[in-house]
Ligand binder design. Structure first.
Ligand SMILES: Cc1ncc(COP(=O)(O)O)c(C=O)c1O
Ligand SMILES: [Zn+2]
Length: 426
């Protein structure tokens, strides 16, 4: 018998425990919960080892036994995954967390980690015969899913808030998506999608956790972190949390690796970072609750994490409790300052959502939750290029006949940058 490409066995409901067939198109469990993919891990262990994986092409498909696509030929790829895990020594020094690393998801196709979920979700949908997908999005997922759908030759219907980053509209439109804006937030976009699906037979709802495979793509962030550390888990993983697919996925991935015996020890402490303008998970965590309450009047510059009520909130909270993690809210002011600091000290122009995590690291170090010896991996979920309006640059315009000022008369802001950058490395 040929060796199977995927060891997918079935789908499980994490709320009521019902088992579902993974080889037909599935949405959510009748009980209302998201479904999670399960694998025959003994089969995986028979078929592959960390050493085999190291010899495969870079990219998330190197973990194909732990992904749901059954046939290699069905893979729809733009070369996503295996993003760098960068040391951040100067920033780490400044924050008092010298062992600070950043997984830079901004290098993915489409500009964000959403490419992972879209690659796996679209591949599996196409493999199961889905001809059209529909989703509500804060922008980046819409961009990723419509572009991957275009590559797969399937149609896409996208609804995003009018306030979502403008470039994501352009990405969807360029991909040929049927795109609508809503004067509201992602919840209202979701209602429009739900209404449309009643009149659109054949469309699959691909909104956050409304189908089982986006999370499988996103879990590869966890697989890669473990592999990039030499099949070892870090002490702490810090993640900007909106719908929470990434943090749930990373937790799922590490549990699969533990069960396989490819890593050992305790789960990393998972940290969900939100904006003070939309922090339902933080509030629920602080109350020790199993679910969150809808956050009224949600607003933050970190648009991707503007999710007033996550469908998978109970799974996010379970991951935080099970890993002895925590949840932190940071202000827009703090995250924008952190974003400038990352660019200035480490040369990386990150997205506001990723920046929120660095602001959270500062807060957690100051409160003593993080110690100077913790190994901390921060997820930067996208490139800063998506959000130009959140990083205004006030620069002098010179006439062609003008001259550049001498160093001694530089505006204060430049003098500060020069002197800080001239500090010797620690
Ligand atoms: C850049 C960015 N970071 C983080 C998130 C939150 O993702 P998750 O659903 O995994 O919590 C989003 C979601 O739109 C995003 O676009
Ligand atoms: Zn169920």
């Amino acid at each position: 018998m040929p060796v199977p490409y995927s060891a997918l066995s079935h789908l499980d409901c994490p709320r009521c425990g019902t088992r579902h067939d993974a080889d037909r198109v599935q949405g959510t469990c009748p009980c209302g919960s998201p479904l999670l993919a399960r694998y025959d891990l003994r089969q995986v262990a028979r078929q592959a080892s960390p050493r085999d994986i190291a010899g495969r092409p870079a990219g998330l498909w190197r973990y194909h036994e732990l992904l749901p696509v059954r046939q290699a030929a069905q893979v729809v790829s733009l070369s996503e995954g295996m993003t760098p895990l960068l040391a951040m020594p100067r920033l780490g020094q400044a924050l008092g967390v010298p062992n600070l690393l950043m997984k830079d998801e901004g290098l993915n196709p489409t500009g964000t980690f959403k490419a992972r979920g879209a690659a796996v979700g679209v591949s599996r949908a196409a493999e199961l015969g889905v001809a059209a997908i529909a989703l509500a999005t804060n922008g980046n997922a819409g961009a990723a899913w419509s572009l991957y759908a275009a590559r797969a030759g399937i149609r896409s219907l996208i609804v995003m808030p009018a306030a979502a980053p403008e470039i994501t509209r352009a990405q969807c439109a360029a991909a040929g998506a049927e795109l609508y804006l809503v004067d509201g937030l992602i919840g209202e976009a979701g209602q429009l999608i739900a209404g449309a699906l009643e009149r659109r037979p054949g469309y699959q709802n691909a909104s956050t956790l409304k189908e089982p495979y986006r999370i499988e793509g996103k879990k590869t962030m966890g697989l890669e972190i473990a592999e990039q550390l030499g099949w070892r888990m870090p002490g702490v993983i810090v993640y900007p949390t909106g719908g929470g697919v990434g943090i749930i996925g990373i937790c799922k991935a590490l549990r699969e690796l533990l069960e396989l015996g490819w890593v050992r020890g305790d789960l990393p402490q998972l940290v969900a970072v939100q904006s003070a303008g939309c922090a339902p998970i933080v509030k629920a965590f602080e109350a020790g609750a199993a679910e969150s309450e809808p956050w009224p009047e949600a607003k933050t510059v970190a648009f991707g994490i503007t999710v007033p009520k996550a469908f998978g909130d109970f799974l996010i909270l379970e991951a935080l409790y099970a890993s002895s993690g925590t949840a932190v809210a940071v202000t827009d002011e703090a995250l924008l300052a952190a974003r400038r600091e990352v660019a200035r000290l480490e040369g990386s122009f990150i997205c506001p959502e990723g920046a929120a995590c660095f602001a959270a690291v500062r807060q957690l170090r100051e409160s003593g939750w993080l110690s100077a010896t913790d190994e901390v991996v921060v997820l930067n979920t996208g490139t800063g290029l998506i959000y130009p309006e959140t990083a205004p640059a006030r620069v002098p315009v010179l006439p062609p006949s003008g001259s550049i000022p001498a160093l001694s008369v530089l505006p204060r802001q430049h003098q500060r940058t020069l002197s800080e950058n001239a500090q010797p490395e620690g």
